[in-house]
Design a protein around this ligand. Structure first.
Ligand SMILES: C[S@@+](CC[C@H](N)C(=O)[O-])C[C@H]1O[C@@H](n2cnc3c(N)ncnc32)[C@H](O)[C@@H]1O
Length: 226
């Protein structure tokens, strides 16, 4: 049986189920909608000049894609730097096979194709015309995140669930993420479980509720205030 089973979410965008983790990559209510409404829009990513984005657990890259689209659609033409943290080449391969209605998806596809060709765990490329720099760290984000050169303004934190992948939600990793963010930096994650909120608060974040999209409970927005 393949590890990745495709399915189409309710907004028409493609997603997958991972049979190893027994987890969906996105909510069934809409993968593309989730990226915009749960992650990129609540952080108002377009308001920052030269934003540095960490997409932690990049998967198909929808969260970064939504952020790039919103930044450009709101007239912000400054340099966007996107750090990609992902450990599974198989899901990156899938990006080359799908089409999703993000303005920047062709650029993301091009970058992922270059990464695959390069066969390197670290790879960066600057798209001059789009004024976007992508930096790939292929490997365990809990280790590679400390190697990022720039501190993040925005973090999309999107691992599999705390139930099925608890090590990604441990305090030490969340503290490392906090240490790699600029003061004023903001993070989103889909879980609003009490333990998750407590861990983020223990790492130093100010934790607030995000929007309710495709689930009963809200998402989490975590701020680095000092
Ligand atoms: C819920 S999916 C992310 C969905 C993604 N944000 C998207 O838009 O498609 C979780 C992702 O975390 C990745 N992952 C799991 N363990 C990881 C690790 N230790 N380091 C980096 N990525 C990891 C998985 O391969 C998977 O792509």
């Amino acid at each position: 049986m393949p590890n990745l089973i495709p399915y189409t979410t309710a907004d028409g965008s493609q997603s997958f189920r991972n049979t190893v983790f027994d987890e969906m990559y996105h909510t069934k209510s809409g993968a593309r909608e989730e990226a915009f409404e749960k992650h990129a829009r609540p952080l108002r990513v377009w308001e920052k000049e030269n934003p540095i984005i960490y997409d932690v657990c990049f998967g198909l890259g929808y969260n970064a894609a939504a952020a790039i689209d919103l930044i450009r659609q709101n007239g912000n033409d400054s340099l966007i730097t996107v750090y990609i943290f992902e450990n599974d080449p198989e899901i990156l391969d899938k990006i080359l096979e799908i089409n999703v209605a993000f303005d920047c998806f062709a650029t993301i596809k091009d970058f992922i194709g270059k990464c695959i060709d390069a066969e390197q765990e670290f790879f960066e490329y600057f798209y001059a015309q789009e004024n976007i720099k992508f930096i790939m760290f292929l490997g365990d984000a809990r280790k590679t995140i400390l190697n990022a050169k720039d501190l993040a303004d925005f973090v999309f934190f999107d691992p599999f669930s705390p139930t099925h992948h608890p090590e990604m939600w441990e305090l030490d990793f969340i503290k490392d993420i906090y240490s790699k963010m600029n003061v004023g930096g903001k993070l989103t994650t889909y879980s609003y479980a009490r333990k998750v909120r407590e861990t983020f608060a223990a790492a130093g974040f100010t934790v607030t509720a995000g929007p309710v999209i495709g689930r009963i409970s809200p998402s989490t927005i975590a701020l680095k205030e000092a």
